[in-house]
Write a protein that binds this ligand. Structure first.
Ligand SMILES: N[C@@H](CC(=O)c1ccccc1NC=O)C(=O)O
Length: 317
């Protein structure tokens, strides 16, 4: 009888809005290390294939898409945005006479320790076709780079792009997973320390992490070696007041995969709610039939829901 009653309590859904009906979840501080590590292992949650296979397929899809984009578009590869070896970006350029040319900067994922710009041009396939410039930014992943450096690098890459491409009709950001975290950090920049203040019109944050504290004690932090102080100052969830000052007119889309882990989904929901409560222009996209990897891989397809949404945001649908 007692177990039945407990079961009923656990199955009740909580949340103020119809958007976020979910089962009552433990707070991450109450989870054992093993469970936290499972929650922050996106590959374990895919319904499509095994953990190893989903990562292999992910890298393959990104590489193939990037090769296709490099074949289709005019490119400027390895353009420096700073002095460092890793401070380079790739530009995918449409052939168009239009004066209305938006530019989207893509920040790749991979837990700040995998992937590079070499497999990050895939989304240019449908976008360049519609007259959008795509920039894939490289940054120094761990162990070479640390969190403060990566955040500084992506901020400087945005400044450099704005300086190079002052004639564009609008600047947009897109990031996946760790790249969504970096994109949110760009939105939360105090630009007074930089030579210019970029005007970012829209940001697409896909399956991101916005609070770094839960990963501090997990395997994710092994190469990153973040202290609590580093994690706090690089957590977008703690920088929403700065985002409101710097990016008040930016349209933010917080997208999450239906089959992301509950903790990943919670990160997106909570960040969305905080932005919304601050009066920002923000939308939540719960993308059906996707996992942590397919949610971004499918951007090679012009007919994919998120591709269409991104084009619409840039006025190019
Ligand atoms: N241990 C992580 C690995 C991971 O996230 C990952 C690995 C290779 C390339 C990209 C990854 N993640 C997101 O882009 C996982 O379980 O998925």
């Amino acid at each position: 009888m007692r177990t039945m009653w407990l079961g009923l309590i656990c199955q009740r859904t909580f949340g103020e809005s119809s958007h976020f009906k979910r089962k009552k979840m433990m707070h991450w501080t109450e989870l054992k290390k093993e469970e936290l590590e499972r929650q922050f292992s996106p590959s374990l949650w895919s319904h499509r294939m095994s953990a190893d296979d989903v990562i292999k397929a992910h890298v393959k899809a990104l590489k193939e898409g990037t090769e296709r984009a490099r074949g289709l578009a005019q490119t400027l590869l390895n353009v420096p945005y700073g002095e460092g070896d890793g401070e380079k970006l790739d530009v995918y350029i449409p052939s168009t006479n239009s004066l209305d040319v938006p530019l989207v900067i893509y920040l790749h994922g991979g837990y700040w320790q995998f992937l590079s710009k070499e497999e990050s041009g895939f989304m240019a396939v449908p976008l360049v076709d519609k007259g959008v410039v795509v920039v894939a930014v490289g940054y120094d992943i761990a162990p070479k780079g640390n969190m403060d450096l990566m955040v500084s690098q992506v901020r400087r890459s945005v400044v450099s792009v704005v300086q190079q491409y002052s004639h564009i009709s609008g600047l947009y950001l897109c990031g996946h997973s760790a790249g969504a975290h970096l994109a949110a950090m760009v939105l939360s920049t105090d630009w007074s320390e930089y030579s210019i203040t970029p005007q970012i019109k829209g940001a697409f944050l896909v399956s991101g992490i916005y609070d770094l504290l839960p990963i501090l004690s997990t395997y994710v932090n092994e190469p990153l070696k973040m202290t609590e102080e580093v994690a706090v100052r690089n957590s977008p969830s703690k920088l929403v007041p700065q985002l409101k000052l710097s990016s008040s007119s930016c349209h933010v889309v917080v997208a999450v995969a239906e089959n992301d882990s509950p903790e990943f989904r919670k990160q997106s929901e909570e960040y969305y709610k905080t932005l919304e409560a601050s009066g920002l222009d923000v939308t939540f996209e719960d993308v059906a039939n996707t996992d942590h990897f397919s949610i971004i891989e499918q951007l090679v397809d012009g007919e994919y829901h998120l591709t269409k949404l991104l084009l619409k945001m840039m006025g190019k649908s």
